[in-house]
Structures are given as structure tokens and as C-alpha cells.
Write a protein that binds this ligand. Structure first.
Ligand code: HEC
Ligand code: HEC
Length: 298
């Protein structure tokens, strides 16, 4: 009997302790939530590019980035990377990558120097990572680091070529690289953008609205327009595109037909020389895809 009583009171006390611990944990969670919200709201975190993240934050972010890329690269099928491909990839590398990443014996440009995170040395990357990981990083870009996505600039074939060149970087001495660049200067045309010319003559597939939506990020349309279905800075440099599919005119001057939309997206300044919408080097296929998406915005 006595024993029974004691067991009962022990059970009661235990229960009470559990409730108290529960309340304490709940209070702690709320306090942390409020703390985090306050931290964000009062701007406690320093976003200056001159201030690296703290060591623990840096380590965690880097691990998240590496793991994310490795996971996604597993689905990439790597072709055999030949010397010929590397040769094709070299001019792309010289014109589109060196300003940020540098090259053997070549420093980063002002932009690359001032960035945080600093664009890594790709000779080091080539040793530490697989070709599939390099390909994935170049094709998709890396959010919140400044690494651009090149999917809407280059074909997969071209991205494999530049990947092949990157994978060769660890073997290249500064002198060898300089010799290649010197050769390149002789052959080089004036247009920095012409390395992407083959991308223009790409597939003639049917327009793909979903791909068009992704292209709105790829061409930074979202920097100037509010576009339903996309997340962006909500700037109103250009008119919001909600309802554009149902509108009679494009920019107030062209009848809103699919052909005219493609024309506008590719060459707005041909339509209206004074427009603030710039020519963005949009390919035929990408314009068709984007027009297909815009058409859905009724
Ligand atoms: C505007 C600057 C910029 C340009 C241009 C640029 N990159 Fe990057 N790149 C970055 C930054 C920043 C990172 C991310 C750094 C990090 O991992 O924290 C990065 C990351 C990468 C990575 C992943 C590296 C790693 O170790 O995980 C690869 C591969 C890469 N870039 C290749 C290229 C290639 C190839 C080109 C040219 C087609 C290119 N980048 C053009 C800035 C740039
Ligand atoms: C630098 C800012 C800027 C960028 C980048 C930009 N636009 Fe524009 N866009 C404008 C401005 C400004 C106008 C209004 C032009 C006019 O009326 O002359 C406009 C007009 C338009 C129109 C016609 C809107 C209407 O109400 O008739 C469409 C459609 C459009 N843009 C789509 C796009 C797409 C798609 C992209 C990406 C490929 C893009 N824009 C990139 C600034 C921009």
C-alpha cells in the first residue's frame, strides 16, 4: 500500500517535471524565433562583401554547396573529354571565366577580386571535383555566390568543351597558357560574344513555356519586370507582365502576335529605337519559349 503511494507520487512528480521541461523548451524555441526575427529585422548580420562569414557559417555554407552539387551531378552523364574538346572550350574560358576566376599566371579582374565568396581557382577545383560537378556548376550556376548560370548562353556541348578545358588547368603552366592566349589574339574576331554563335542555331523544337519561364531568369528579365510565376526583386523598371497574354499591343506599338513577341524579345530597339528595354542577345529558340510562357499570362 505504502509502496503504491510512493509510486504514485513519483509518477506525479515526473509528470510535473515533464510539463516544466516542455514549457521551457517551447519558451526557448519561441525566444530563438524572436531572436532570429530580430536579428534579421534589425540588420544585425553584416552583408558587406569585405566581411567574410564567420568561420562556422562559412564551413556550413560550403558543405551545403558541395553536397548540393555532388548530389545533383550524380545524374549527369560524363562524355569522354578529349583534347579537341578542351581546345574548343579554351576561347569560351578566356572570354567568360577568366575575369572572375583568373587562369594560370593571370589574376582576377576587378569584379572577380571584389566578390565574396571569391571565385575559386579552377585549377584547384579541377583536382578536387569531378567533371560532372564542374559541368553542373557551369550549366546551372550557384545561387547567392555570383557564379552565373550559362545554360541560356551555351549549348551542353559547349559547356562540356569548357569543362574539358577546366579539367586540364592543373597541368597547364602560366607560360603554356600565355602561349595559347597569344595564339588566340591573332585569330580572335572583335566580338566577345561570338563564342556563343553555335548556340543560336540550336534545336528547332516546339516552344516550351516552362523552359521559357526559366529563361526569364537566364536573361535577367526578372530584374526589370514583375513576371507572374517567378520570384525576383519586384522592380518596375519595365511594366509588370501580368496579363500580357491578353493584351492587344506589345509596348504600345506592335500587335500582340507570337511572331511579333519573338521579334520584340529579340530586338526591342529595332521596334522602337528609344525604348529602355535593351537588346539582350536572345536566341530564336529562347524567344519562342519565352513568348509561349508570356502567352499563358492572361
Ligand atoms: C561573375 C563572376 C564569375 C564568372 C564570370 C564565372 N564564375 Fe564560376 N564561380 C564564381 C563564384 C563566385 C563561384 C562560387 C564560389 C564558391 O564556391 O563559394 C564560382 C564557382 C564556380 C565553380 C564551382 C567551383 C567549386 O569549387 O565548387 C565552377 C566549376 C565554376 N565557377 C566555373 C566557371 C566557368 C567555367 C566559368 C566560365 C564559363 C565561370 N565559372 C564564370 C564566379 C564566377
Ligand atoms: C533593363 C530592363 C529590362 C530588361 C532586362 C527587360 N526588359 Fe522588357 N521592358 C523594359 C521596358 C522599360 C519596357 C517598356 C518598353 C516600351 O514600352 O518601350 C519593356 C517592355 C517589355 C514587354 C512589353 C510589355 C507591354 O506591356 O507591352 C515585354 C513583353 C517584355 N518587356 C519582356 C521582357 C523579357 C521576356 C525580358 C527578358 C528577355 C525583358 N523584357 C527584359 C525593360 C526591360
Amino acid at each position: 500500500m505504502k509502496n503504491q503511494n510512493r509510486q504514485d507520487s513519483v509518477r506525479k512528480i515526473r509528470k510535473r517535471i515533464e510539463i516544466h521541461v516542455g514549457i521551457a523548451i517551447a519558451a526557448l524555441v519561441v525566444a530563438m524565433g524572436v531572436g532570429a526575427a530580430g536579428f534579421v529585422y534589425w540588420g544585425a548580420y553584416n552583408v558587406s562583401a569585405l566581411q567574410q562569414h564567420t568561420e562556422p557559417v562559412f564551413t556550413v555554407l560550403n558543405m551545403a554547396l558541395d553536397r548540393s552539387i555532388r548530389q545533383r551531378a550524380e545524374e549527369v552523364e560524363t562524355p569522354r573529354l578529349t583534347a579537341e574538346m578542351a581546345e574548343q572550350g579554351r576561347p569560351i574560358f578566356q572570354r567568360k571565366c577568366v575575369q572572375c576566376h583568373g587562369a594560370p599566371g593571370v589574376g582576377r579582374d576587378d569584379v572577380g577580386k571584389g566578390m565574396t565568396p571569391v571565385p575559386p581557382n579552377l585549377a584547384h577545383t579541377a583536382k578536387a571535383k569531378s567533371a560532372a560537378e564542374v559541368f553542373w556548376s557551369v550549366k546551372h550556376g550557384i545561387k547567392m555566390t555570383g557564379m552565373p548560370s550559362w545554360q541560356f548562353k551555351f549549348t551542353d556541348e559547349q559547356i562540356w568543351n569548357v569543362t574539358a578545358f577546366v579539367m586540364r588547368l592543373p597541368e597547364l603552366s602560366p607560360a603554356e597558357y600565355q602561349a595559347m592566349v597569344a595564339e588566340e589574339h591573332v585569330e580572335e574576331g572583335a566580338d566577345r560574344n561570338d563564342v556563343s554563335a553555335p548556340a543560336q542555331a540550336r534545336r528547332a523544337a516546339t516552344p516550351d513555356a516552362e523552359r521559357g519561364k526559366m529563361a526569364m531568369y537566364g536573361y535577367a528579365c526578372i530584374a526589370c519586370h514583375r513576371i507572374p510565376g517567378t520570384v525576383g526583386p519586384h522592380s518596375d523598371v519595365g511594366p509588370p507582365l501580368a496579363g500580357i497574354g491578353g493584351r492587344r499591343y506589345i509596348a504600345g506599338v506592335l500587335a500582340n502576335t507570337p511572331e511579333n513577341m519573338v521579334h520584340w524579345l529579340r530586338h526591342p530597339t529595332e521596334v522602337d529605337p528609344l525604348t529602355a528595354m535593351p537588346d539582350l542577345g536572345v536566341t530564336e529558340q529562347d524567344a519562342l519559349d519565352m513568348a509561349a510562357y508570356l502567352e499563358t499570362l492572361e
